[in-house]
Design a protein around this ligand. Structure first.
Ligand code: 5AD
Ligand code: SF4
Length: 439
C-alpha cells in the first residue's frame, strides 16, 4: 500500500440495522472532529467507510463488489484511489480475510473498535494497513466526540451485544456479549441529543430490554429519566426479546406518557418445535402472554415483529403455524426474511436446509398476510386524531411526512417545519402509510 495524503473528505455508507445507522453517525462525527469533512453529493471522497451488515444473505460478497466498484470508478488520473475502511459486522466476522482478498482496503475495524479510526487513518497515510477487531474493555462511547446536530428523531445506543445465541444468528459473535451503557452517560447523551434538536429518541440495543444499570434497574428507569427532559416529546426502544419483557417495562407503557405505544417484539416463528430448534427460549404461548400483558395496560399498542421462514427442518405445517400466529396477533408492521445460513452458527450445518423455491413461496405468503394485517391496523386508525412528528418533506409541493405515535408514516399538506409536533386527523389508509389532515 502506498502512502497517501491525509484525507480531506469522507463518506460513510451504512447498511443493515438501526444500530449501524447510529454507529455510522458516530463515525462521521469522529471523522469530522479530526477536521475531515463530509464529501458533498457526487463528489469523490478521500476516505470511504463501508459500515457493513452480516445478518442476512450475501453480505460479504456485496462488500467485495462495493470495494471493486469504488476502486475502479474512483481511480484518479495519478492512479490513486480513496482510502477504504471496512467497518461493521462483516469486518468483525471476516477481519484478516478482507485484508487478504481486497488489497485496496487499508483499514478493517469492528463495531467495538471504531473509536480507534483516527490512529488507523494515520497509519494508512504512511502506507500501513491495519485490522482492529478487538472488543476492548475501554468502550468506544467514552472516547467518541459529543453529538452535535441531529434530526428530530435520533437514535441512542444503550445496550450492545447479545447472550441469547439463537442458532441462526451471528450477532453474539460479531457484536459480542451483552453490555449495558451506564445510566448517567445515557441521560447525558440524551440531554445533548435534545439540545442538538431531537424531539424523539429511540433507545437501541440488540436486546434493548435486557439493559440494566449498575444497580440492576431495568429499562423503565431509563425511560422515566428521559421522560423528565422537558423538550423531549417521545421515547421509543428497539429491539426487544420476549423473555426480557419485565413487568416494570410493561407498566411503563401505562405510566409514562412519552413512551410511545409501539412494541417491536420479534417472535421469528409460530411453532414451538421451530422456536426450540432456534434456541429462542420462549414458546408461542409465553410470547402471547407477554402481548396480552402489554395490551392490558396499553390497549392501543401497535405490535411489530420479525419472522424467519424456512429455518432448517421447517415443515409446511410448521410454517402454517406462523401464518396462524400472524392472524391471531394483528400486527401493525413487521419484518420477514428467508432463512440464510450464517457461517459459524449452529443452524448453518443443521439437517433439512429448506430449498430456496420453498422459502420464496413461504415468504410471499407470509408477506401477503403481514400486508393484510398492516392494512387492517391502519384502516382501524382512520378517524383518529393524533400528534405527528414532522420528519421530512414529501414528494409533492407543500407535502410533509411524519410519524404517528404508532410509528405509522403519515403524509399531509400544511405549513409546518421539520421537528414540529402537530395534531393531525388520519383520513385515509394504505398498508404502508396514511394520509392525514392538519387540525
Ligand atoms: N437468516 C434470516 N434472518 C435472520 N435474522 C437474523 N439472522 C438471520 C438469518 N441467519 C433476522 C431475525 C432478526 C432480524 C434482525 O434478522 O428475524 O430478528
Ligand atoms: Fe440474534 Fe437471537 Fe440475540 Fe436477537 S436474541 S440478536 S436473533 S441471537
Amino acid at each position: 500500500m502506498r502512502p497517501a495524503p491525509p484525507p480531506q473528505t469522507y463518506r460513510v455508507k451504512s447498511f443493515g440495522c438501526q444500530m449501524n445507522v447510529y454507529d455510522g453517525e458516530r463515525m462521521a462525527e469522529l471523522l469530522a472532529s479530526q477536521g475531515i469533512r463530509p464529501a458533498s453529493e457526487g463528489e469523490e471522497a478521500d476516505l470511504v467507510v463501508l459500515n457493513t451488515c452480516h445478518i442476512r444473505e450475501k453480505a460479504a460478497e456485496k462488500v467485495y463488489s462495493d470495494i471493486g466498484r469504488i476502486t475502479k470508478e474512483w481511480r484518479r488520473d495519478d492512479g490513486s484511489a480513496p482510502l477504504i475502511a471496512v467497518a461493521g459486522c462483516v469486518a468483525q466476522a471476516e477481519g484478516e480475510e478482507i485484508m487478504a482478498r481486497a488489497p485496496a482496503v487499508s483499514m478493517v475495524v469492528g463495531p467495538q473498535a471504531y473509536h480507534r479510526l483516527p490512529q488507523m487513518i494515520e497509519e494508512a497515510t504512511h502506507g500501513r494497513r491495519s485490522v482492529d477487531t478487538d472488543m476492548p474493555a475501554e468502550t468506544k462511547f467514552d472516547t467518541l466526540p459529543a453529538r452535535r446536530s441531529v434530526g428530530p428523531s435520533a437514535f441512542l445506543t444503550v445496550q450492545e451485544g447479545c447472550d441469547k445465541f439463537c442458532t441462526y444468528c451471528v450477532v453474539p459473535y460479531t457484536r459480542g456479549a451483552e453490555i449495558s451503557r451506564p445510566f448517567a452517560d445515557l441521560v447525558a447523551e440524551a440531554q445533548r441529543l435534545v439540545e442538538a434538536g431531537a424531539r424523539e429518541i429511540t433507545l437501541l440495543g440488540q436486546n434493548v430490554n435486557a439493559w440494566r444499570d449498575e444497580a440492576e434497574r431495568g429499562l423503565e428507569k431509563l425511560v422515566e429519566a428521559l421522560a423528565a427532559i422537558p423538550q423531549l416529546a417521545r421515547i421509543r426502544y428497539t429491539t426487544s426479546h420476549p423473555n426480557d419483557m419485565t413487568d416494570g417495562l410493561i407498566e411503563a407503557h401505562r405510566d409514562v406518557a412519552k413512551l410511545m405505544p409501539f412494541l417491536h417484539l420479534p417472535v421469528q416463528s409460530g411453532n414451538d418445535r421451530v422456536l426450540k430448534a432456534m434456541n429462542r427460549s420462549h414458546t408461542v404461548e409465553s410470547y402471547l402472554r407477554v402481548l396480552d400483558q402489554v395490551r392490558a395496560v396499553r390497549p392501543d399498542i401497535a405490535l411489530s415483529g420479525d419472522f424467519i421462514v424456512g429455518f432448517p427442518g421447517e415443515t409446511d405445517a410448521e410454517f402454517e403455524d406462523t401464518l396462524k400466529l400472524v392472524e391471531r396477533v394483528g400486527y401493525a408492521q413487521c419484518f420477514s426474511f428467508k432463512y440464510s445460513p450464517r457461517p459459524g452458527t449452529p443452524a448453518a450445518t443443521m439437517e433439512g436446509q429448506v430449498p430456496m423455491a420453498v422459502m420464496d413461496e413461504r415468504l410471499q405468503r407470509l408477506q401477503a398476510a403481514l400486508q393484510r394485517s398492516s392494512l387492517a391496523f391502519n384502516q382501524a386508525s382512520v378517524g383518529r386524531r393524533c400528534a405527528v412528528l414532522v420528519e421530512r418533506r414529501g414528494r409533492h409541493e407543500g407535502q410533509w411526512l411524519g410519524k404517528s405515535p404508532w410509528l405509522q408514516s403519515v403524509h399531509f399538506t400544511a405549513d409546518v417545519a421539520i421537528g414540529d409536533l402537530v395534531e393531525v386527523e388520519l383520513i385515509e389508509a394504505g398498508p404502508n402509510s396514511l394520509a392525514g389532515r392538519l387540525i
